[in-house]
Design a binder for this molecule. Structure first.
Ligand code: FAD
Length: 550
């Protein structure tokens, strides 16, 4: 495919709103973006995506400077942190979304419900397919500046059978889970259902012990305790099982260790099973097979609902864009590499930015820096570090350099793979190999809304300020992006939440749920969704969850 415009030529040029120009039915030679530029003096800014990163950019933009077009298959912004609450009816799906057209109205911007299929970086055009175009017609949107904020998709780790799992990334995913949860409870209540079938239907397996998996388990726990007993008298509560399978040594392993332990203790009290140091080997239509890492022994758990939530990877568009950028400009296998100003490496300077889950900033000299620290700590000079020694050092380094946390968090999962002679020790060469691989396989910052939001703010402010003068000298005057970690939150059920404010400051306990709610309440993008959340929370407190299945 490669260079879309060298294969086609516009037959029709459709004058769109103001200077937005689209073409379709293209075949033949080259179309230059300038040829279709109309009289609007403002720069054409095209944003791919309508999620966290995109919306933060939109909030910053000056309407006098940019003619803005958003291209996204979803015509709304989704407040993902509360998505787990929608899987059992604690919150309604509509309370989590805000129409993108409403957010764009301040800018007089345009929205196109489509999927970006390709970008011609040289001629500055995005190839788009309309979501509901059954004939598969494509059109092209020209840009002066492009912001790629298309997020990520679930990582599969090459595991077989994921078609039997549910995912939790979108409104449709949450709706599917909610329907399936209610359906399983209804089926399990039928007199014709055997005890074995009931146990299978009421077994919830969560693959991945990150915040999404933990919050889904917490919501299920609340649902079982607050609604199940009253509404499903035919189901003995002890027949409902919730199990989390986690590959690392702890759940919530990117949070402070105290938080992980606090959550594990709470889940133990709540009868939520937590299997750590285990990898899912296969998912069958009705059971999950996992392997204990230490012994290699296989176990099987039947399930009625299996949630797959084990990290994020590149979307097909991002994979394709990375592969067509100049050789040597990109090496990360999970995201598009940008410079410290969020500009995509390998694209014409100042024209293309990438933010959020789909982007990463390579850390110069990361491997050398960590190796120097490790050598300094190798006091007996034997060039060997045990897993525990390395882990302690890694945590110490991570505490001082937030940005390294994700790289080093990866260590626990792969130690054995790099310990070639199975001695329980890594020598410095093995550690260097590990770090070099980790650099390619991990993103420098976690894939969170907090990061996407700050990057979007940064890029919005940057392009407002630099506007048309994005050349090396002016660009250098604008400081590079700097991430400020404001803390991590997770709801763990039964009116408890955990808060990790960094530097060892953690909180969980009395009032934590209200703190958690108030943070998300204040982060809403509109007064409308704030009101809807308030109504949902009040409704649930007064009447319980809406457990109808539709
Ligand atoms: P998204 O917000 O995912 O937006 C991507 C956008 O791109 C979407 O609008 C999508 O439709 C669009 N798109 C996709 N493909 C194309 C294409 N080809 N062309 C055009 N548009 C496209 N983070 C936190 O900080 N705290 C939390 O508590 C938290 N909880 C989470 C809970 C869940 C259930 C999930 C799924 C995520 C959670 N996250 C949380 C992570 C957070 O949601 C992501 O890091 C964040 O959404 C990333 O923002 P983004 O703009 O990069 O991508």
């Amino acid at each position: 495919k490669g260079d879309i415009l060298h294969q086609r030529r516009p037959r029709h040029i459709i004058g769109g709103p103001k200077n937005l120009v689209m073409t379709h039915g293209c075949e033949g030679s080259v179309l230059k973006a300038e040829e279709i530029h109309q009289n609007d003096p403002r720069q054409r800014l095209v944003i791919l995506g309508s999620g966290w990163g995109a919306v933060s950019v939109i909030k910053q933009l000056d309407p006098k400077k940019f003619h803005v077009t958003v291209v996204s298959p979803t015509n709304y912004f989704l407040f993902t942190p509360l998505l787990p609450s929608a899987t059992v009816g604690t919150l309604e799906l509509r309370s989590l979304i805000e129409p993108i057209r409403r957010l764009l109205s301040r800018l007089g911007g345009y929205y196109l419900e489509g999927r970006a299929e390709d970008v011609d970086f040289e001629n500055q055009l995005v190839e788009v397919s309309g979501i509901h175009d059954s004939e598969g017609r494509k059109f092209y949107v020209p840009y002066d500046k492009l912001i790629i904020a298309v997020g990520s998709e679930a990582m599969t780790h090459g595991v077989e059978g994921l078609e039997h799992c549910n995912f939790l990334k979108s409104i449709a995913d949450a709706r599917d889970i909610r329907r399936k949860v209610m359906e399983n409870f209804e089926k399990a209540s039928l007199p014709t259902t055997t005890e074995e079938e009931r146990r299978q239907l009421l077994s919830f397996v969560i693959c991945g012990g990150g915040p999404t998996g933990v919050e889904f388990a917490a919501e299920l726990y609340d649902f079982l305790n607050e609604d199940l007993v009253g509404y499903f008298p035919a189901i003995p509560p002890e027949e409902v099982q919730v199990n989390i399978i986690q590959s690392a040594g702890h759940i919530l392993n990117t949070y402070d260790l105290k938080i992980s332990e606090m959550t594990e203790r709470k889940f133990k009290r709540d009868n939520i099973g937590v299997v750590t140091n285990a990898r899912v080997a296969k998912v069958n239509p009705k059971s999950v097979i996992y392997k204990e890492k230490a012994t290699g022994k296989e176990f099987e758990i039947p399930f009625g609902v299996c949630l797959w939530s084990t990290g994020v990877g590149m979307t097909p568009l991002v994979k394709m864009l990375v592969s067509k950028l100049p050789t040597g400009s990109q090496s990360n296998i999970h995201a598009i590499e940008t410079d410290a100003y969020m500009r995509v490496i390998g694209t014409p300077e100042g024209t293309v930015y990438a933010i959020g889950d789909c982007a990463t900033i390579p850390q110069p000299h990361f491997v050398d820096k960590v190796m120097t620290i490790l050598k300094e700590h190798d006091t007996n000079g034997d060039n060997l570090l045990s897993y525990d020694e390395f882990k302690t050092l890694a945590l110490d380094i991570a505490a001082k350099h937030t940005v390294l946390k994700v790289f080093l968090g990866h260590l626990g999962n792969v130690f054995e793979r790099y310990d070639k002679d199975h001695s329980g020790f890594l020598d410095l060469d093995e550690i260097r190999t590990f770090l070099t691989d980790a650099e390619k396989q991990c993103t420098a910052l976690p894939a969170t809304a907090q990061v996407a939001n700050q990057q979007g703010d940064y890029v919005g402010k940057r392009i407002n300020t630099l506007h048309e003068i994005e050349h090396a000298e002016a660009a250098a005057k604008f400081p590079p992006f700097k991430y400020t970690h404001k803390g991590s939150l997770a709801y763990i059920g039964g009116s408890d939440a955990v808060l990790d404010m960094g530097k060892g400051l953690v909180y969980g306990g009395i009032g934590s749920e209200y703190l958690w709610r108030s943070v998300y309440f204040s982060e809403q993008v509109s007064g409308r969704t704030r009101l809807l959340l308030f109504i949902d929370w009040s409704k649930r407190a007064l009447f319980g969850r809406d457990i109808s299945k539709f």
